[in-house]
Write a protein that binds this ligand. Structure first.
Ligand code: TRP
Length: 451
């Protein structure tokens, strides 16, 4: 049984695959525009605080559950305590919904590779972006291609496809990102953007910033849906999970910060709007490339690397569902991959259309607002389902599986110097913190405090 599941071929391969899952569109596309929408430095500060307090903590918790059981997200919880598989079940559903719209954005990246090659973007970057994402068929074709490529890798299994792809992509991405950062921060007028990004304006810190930052911590670190449980389930016993749970969020945060440095100074230097939202990366960077020597080549290379970052994340999202199909539904890998990805493609098609022709199809949500399909999938997963998954996981470790057993699992391969700190964080601080922020995202906390 365990042989059929496969495992990582080396510890380095595992770290790269887990970092590859974490580093993705969340870092390159989402982080800069969320920072731009939520007060710049204020958002960055809260984000970093939440990574330190919750990111490392929850990462270690998920990895430990995975390695202790060698099972998919559902099976893992169920094995540690009968009847608790539902935590993994919620996660599997969450991953399903995330990949549905994630692969739409992955398709946008593919389009930008092609457009960089053909020089199609033209002078008005904003118009090009908007025309493309609001049209009905072309984005769906790119979405299909992105999903298809994800399928090809996941069908090959863990060490064959996922690990190999990640080992090459991560170092190359960081190198090219540094190059773009250098260009961006040396643009005339970049200083205002740097100040915006680095000097927290404390008056900008509101509940909304906390909610956005926490959703982003979960999203960017691939936490709260059993993704790291699944990846941890392929890890060997000699792995130092406590160390990995520092390295993976560390790398992820480094790339997110670099993406901010690549984009926000340029936004100010070139006169774009920091609060522009999901188009920010796609609109700003082509303008930065234009101002670079050999920008044509940098543009192609950069979007190819964004694509790699996105696909090493999308494969992890698909893998969660596929592992469930293999372990619980006794499907073959191939069948699970094809069935689930087809369903995701269909939902994603709705998300893509909601950018244009279906912009008026609005779905109501418990916060009292209504959202177009794309935004609905994003809001429901990042601000609700992922934090709920993280909250349940922390409670599970602290009170159901029990800290002694979790600590014992971690200590198999680690001296675990942070044992005491981690124990307090996972049992009390993380669940209380996530709970408060969740209350705040429903609007309840503001009401309770009379704000
Ligand atoms: N972390 C990835 C990114 O930043 C996206 C992702 C992959 C993800 N797996 C996940 C998000 C699991 C939440 C949960 O692009």
């Amino acid at each position: 049984m365990e042989k059929n599941r496969g495992s990582w071929s080396s510890n380095f391969g595992f770290i790269m695959a887990a970092a590859g899952s974490a580093v993705g569109l969340g870092n390159l596309w989402k982080f800069p525009y969320l920072a731009g929408q939520n007060g710049g430095g204020a958002f960055v500060l809260i984000y970093l605080g939440l990574v330190v307090v919750m990111g490392f903590t929850l990462m270690l918790g998920e990895l430990a559950i995975g390695r202790a059981t060698n099972l998919d997200a559902y099976g893992a919880y169920n094995k540690l305590k009968k009847g608790w598989g539902f935590i993994g079940g919620i996660g599997i559903l969450t991953g399903f919904l995330i990949l549905s719209y994630y692969s739409v954005v992955g398709g946008w990246v593919l389009k930008y590779i092609v457009a960089s090659l053909t020089g199609a973007i033209g002078a008005d970057k904003g118009a090009f972006f908007t025309n493309f994402i609001t049209s009905s068929t072309e984005p769906i074709i790119y979405h299909l291609i992105f999903m298809g490529l994800t399928v090809l890798i996941v069908i090959k299994g863990v060490s064959g496809g996922i690990e190999k792809a990640s080992k090459i992509m991560m170092p190359a991405l960081i190198a090219l990102l540094l190059l773009v950062v250098i260009r961006s921060i040396t643009l005339p007028g970049a200083g205002a953007g740097l100040a915006y990004y680095l000097n927290p304006d404390f008056s900008k810190i509101t509940f909304k910033v906390f909610v956005a930052a926490m959703g982003q911590v979960f999203f960017s670190l691939s936490l709260g849906m059993g993704c790291m449980v699944t990846y941890g389930s392929y890890v060997k016993k000699d792995e130092d999970l406590a160390k990995d749970a520092l390295i993976i969020p560390g790398l992820d945060t480094l790339v997110a910060l670099l993406a901010g440095f690549a984009i926000l100074p340029a936004v100010f230097a070139l006169g774009f709007e920091p609060g522009a939202g999901p188009g920010l990366m796609f609109i700003t960077l082509p303008a930065v490339f234009e101002s670079m020597p050999l920008g044509f080549i940098v543009s192609i290379a950069f979007f190819i690397l964004v694509f790699f970052a996105a696909i090493t994340s999308s494969i992890s999202l698909l893998e969660v569902t596929v592992a469930f199909g293999i372990d619980q539904l006794k499907m073959t890998r191939q069948k699970a991959v094809l069935l689930f990805s087809a369903l995701m493609f269909v939902i994603g098609t709705g998300a893509s259309l909601s950018m244009g022709p279906w912009a008026n199809v609005l779905l109501p949500w418990i916060d009292g607002k209504s959202y177009a399909i794309f935004d609905f999938l994003d809001v429901v997963t990042s601000y609700y389902l992922l934090p709920i998954g993280g909250l349940l996981m922390a409670i599970f470790i602290g009170f159901v599986w029990g800290l002694p057993k979790a600590v014992k699992e971690i200590k198999i391969g680690s001296t675990f110097p942070t044992e005491k700190l981690w124990s307090v964080l996972i049992k009390y601080i993380a669940p209380i913190g996530v709970f408060l922020i969740l209350l705040s995202s429903t609007g309840l906390l503001d009401k309770l405090l009379g704000a």
